[in-house]
Design a protein around this ligand. Structure first.
Ligand SMILES: NC(=O)c1ccc[n+]([C@@H]2O[C@H](COP(=O)([O-])OP(=O)(O)OC[C@H]3O[C@@H](n4cnc5c(N)ncnc54)[C@H](OP(=O)(O)O)[C@@H]3O)[C@@H](O)[C@H]2O)c1
Length: 312
């Protein structure tokens, strides 16, 4: 697979131990099913995994390392929960590499825009040593993206991508110009949680999940959106969640989706090559805008972003 043109990306947030899978998704998926999903990803030419240290409470990265990282693309992150301290990124990446049993990651993202310049400078050092092949940023606003690009430009290093929340019902990045800016600058935009953690999965299929509590009220408000999704799904002969995936792909966003089972990987790979018509896109967007469901986009991780340290 061409790293500059991934069709879609497999999210690993919900991989992991019994308690964790149950707590965040309402059900546990055995490790060997996830291993099967990884084999399916290879068959679909979509063996590209989005990871972070805390995914699956640390288990996701180890599972990838144990599966074997030959011919797969690894996207990993540095999550700055504290202010920058010299060597913090290096220390974290070295632990990641030991999980992956590899001496480099394909894409490394700064997960939050805390102390942007200091963190990026250290990431650049690791890039120059060959431990990182591409650099990305995640949960950044347009202004923060521009600053990051200027820091990388000064080192003649391209900004690979921006990884932000995006779905039919969370499109603020196209409304405030970030998506267009990425396209104009040949920067990829990866959209995370395109299924809104299950909210955009077919509501006719009843599933038990603690997430349902957070969906309270939203499912009712989204009824007209589901109606359009069902119509579009029928027209293309696909499943309802695949409409959410195809929507992203049709908008030039690389869909990232939490897959734990082989059939979910297949659904994602199939959906990512489907292009919706302009009319279908318009109807989905209009119904989503009318539903006006409040979804945390840019704001979701803002409480974790530390304000710049007072200098002097
Ligand atoms: N950069 C960031 O800050 C950030 C933040 C959040 C997430 N992410 C990345 O984005 C990825 C995706 O987000 P997510 O995993 O939280 O949520 P998601 O992909 O929006 O939704 C996952 C839910 O969708 C279901 N699902 C997946 N494929 C399906 C299919 N084909 N048909 C029906 N249902 C399907 C899953 O079902 P099951 O429960 O049955 O598996 C699960 O309930 C994460 O794994 C992570 O890699 C990044």
């Amino acid at each position: 697979m061409d790293i500059m043109k991934p069709i879609a990306v497999i999210g690993t947030n919900a991989w992991g131990g019994k308690l964790y899978g149950k707590a965040i998704r309402g059900n546990y998926v055995e490790d060997d099913v996830i291993m099967d999903a990884m084999r399916t990803a290879k068959e679909c030419d979509m063996a590209i995994y989005d990871l972070a240290r805390d995914y699956g409470l640390g288990k996701a990265q180890k599972m990838i390392g144990n599966f074997g990282t030959q011919d797969i693309i690894i996207s990993a992150k540095y999550t700055p929960f504290t202010h920058y301290k010299k060597g913090c990124v290096r220390k974290s990446l070295m632990k990641d590499l030991s999980d992956f049993k590899r001496d480099y990651v394909d894409i490394y993202w700064l997960h939050l825009p805390t102390d942007i310049r200091e963190h990026l400078e250290e990431i650049i050092e690791l890039y120059n040593e060959g431990k990182i092949k591409h650099i990305g940023i995640s949960n950044f606003t347009l202004e923060e993206c521009k600053l990051s690009k200027s820091i990388l430009d000064a080192h003649h290093i391209p900004l690979y991508g921006v990884q932000n929340h995006y779905s039919i019902i969370c499109r603020e990045w196209e409304k405030n110009g970030l998506l267009d800016w990425c396209k104009e600058n040949n920067i990829l935009f990866w959209g995370w949680a395109v299924l809104e953690e299950g909210l955009l999965v077919d509501p006719r299929v009843k599933k038990r999940s603690p997430m349902k509590f957070t969906f309270n009220g939203k499912v009712r408000k989204l009824a007209p959106v589901y109606k359009v999704m069902i119509k579009v799904a029928d027209r293309h002969g696909i499943k309802v969640p695949q409409v959410a995936m195809a929507f992203c792909a049709s908008k030039g966003v690389i869909p990232m989706c939490g897959c734990r089972k082989p059939e979910q990987v297949k659904d994602l790979a199939d959906a990512a090559s489907i292009r919706l018509t302009m009319g279908e896109i318009r109807k989905l967007e209009e119904s989503a805008d009318r539903a006006n469901v409040s979804i945390m986009g840019a704001d979701l991780f803002r409480p974790f972003v530390l304000k710049e340290k007072r200098k002097g």
